[in-house]
Design a protein around this ligand. Sequence first.
Ligand code: URP
Ligand code: ZN
Ligand code: ZN
Ligand code: ZN
Length: 531
Amino acid sequence: SKFDLIVTNGKVVTAADISTCCIGIKDGKIRALAESFTTDEVEGARVIDAEGAYVMPGGIDAHVHLSQDLKTGPHALGGECADNFETGSKSAAAGGTTTIITFATQTRAEEDRSLINVITAYNARAEATGSYVDYGFHIIIVRNDTDVLEKEMPILMNEWGVSSCKLFLTYETQRMTDSQLLDVMFAAKKNSMTTMIHAENGDMIQWLTDKLEKKGMVAPYYHALSRPPLVEGEATNRAIALAQLIQNPILFVHVGSALGARNVRKAQTMGLPVYAETCPQYFHLTWEDLKRFHSPTCFENSKMICSPPPPPDASDQEELFVGLENGTFTIYSSDHCPFRYDDPRGKPAGVLEDAASMEGEHHCTGDELQSLLKRKQGSFRLIPNGIPGVETRLPLLYTGALSTGRITPQKFVELTSTNPAKLYGLYPRKGAIMPGSDADLVIWHPEDSFKGFDLTNSMLHHNADYTPYEGMNFSNWPRYTILRGKVIWADGEIQGKPRDGQYLKRGPSKLVRGAAKVTQDPRRVATWLYE
Ligand code: URP
Ligand code: ZN
Ligand code: ZN
Ligand code: ZN
């Protein structure tokens, strides 16, 4: 037969257009877009009727933490990542996402000096379970060994297709000094690797945290007070200056403050290649959510702790919305970083001195957990940072911004699929609906017949035991998720398998351009470095 699968009667949305047409798929690729297909062409193909709903390129979630153990966790505090590749990618599929990019993490341990070792070990974790969706890796770099960078960055780029690295300005075990940051940025620039920056001022955070603790202000809520918007404001400004000095394009991950967004916007207006990612939590949570449970001092509020924290109130969210609309934000990712609340090695790890040694005490019951918690005086400083969200990412943007008319369907596709594909070297294989592209699609419910529903965590497929969005009303949800022509999620059921996903070797960014002429004056910035 000419096609294996045909999607009819959809409002097909790309980053540019919306058109009512049919999509013909063969051997995992999109082969044809047409107003209609002939009976001959339809013969032998499975037909999915989209019933007038939006059909979009499958979601690309470029910021997902999976299978990061205590040693390589997002920060020194330990905390065991609740999802491995199997559970995390299943959750992605159920939320309309067909590609995830996850983090392999270098540590300062000597065996992690080699980035190739780090990637090889992390790849083994992905291969151990397999993935329901396609996946690639970023590398987190925490050391400035220039011999390693010079020798291994080309191998990462060319052999592994790992074309992006993440650098930290905070977390004691991961942050680098300005000169160390310059070393890695310089190597990244020379190798056309995209530099992602976690922009929070680590000194400000530590200083404020010490002061808060001395006053006994240790409840989860004070996590927010230890990271006021100025923390991101300072760090974004500094990283922009460092990058400008050596002409390195940068992308700020998880920008959560109006101040951070303003700094990014200003740099973009100057013509600098500065990009930014934002995440659902910065539009749907505020500081108030860190006081949500029982009382402001209840430890359960640790469920809402992530870094940067959500913005103080709705006025910041309004400004972030402007950034979504006007292009300040290039991509919208989840920063899925799941910890269980009933696992002493999850959210409570922070208050348990010996959490790391608690082998076999997974998922203990509420009573056990309470007695464990009572043994220690907790502090927000010790709570693992991060919240789950790979499955709710697209539905939250649909509910909060598309249904409400704040963004167009095309902007939705740009932020969630096309731009991540371009930025991270996957375009046009991913992020596009055109002949030759992978047949990765998300098909929504038709708006006139879908009633919406209230979310509970039991509906989700991650291995976290809560969602920050419990009880929230969702106006739509992916009805079908299609990975390279295979239906992996349909009408509330997982149809895919953990070996459906393939590893993606990525190329250099197709989005990042050089700085404008005006910002390349050799007297002002070090263009001579490259002569
Ligand atoms: O709180 C967060 N965002 N945890 C994940 C680690 C990171 O910095 O992205
Ligand atoms: Zn980060
Ligand atoms: Zn409580
Ligand atoms: Zn993250």
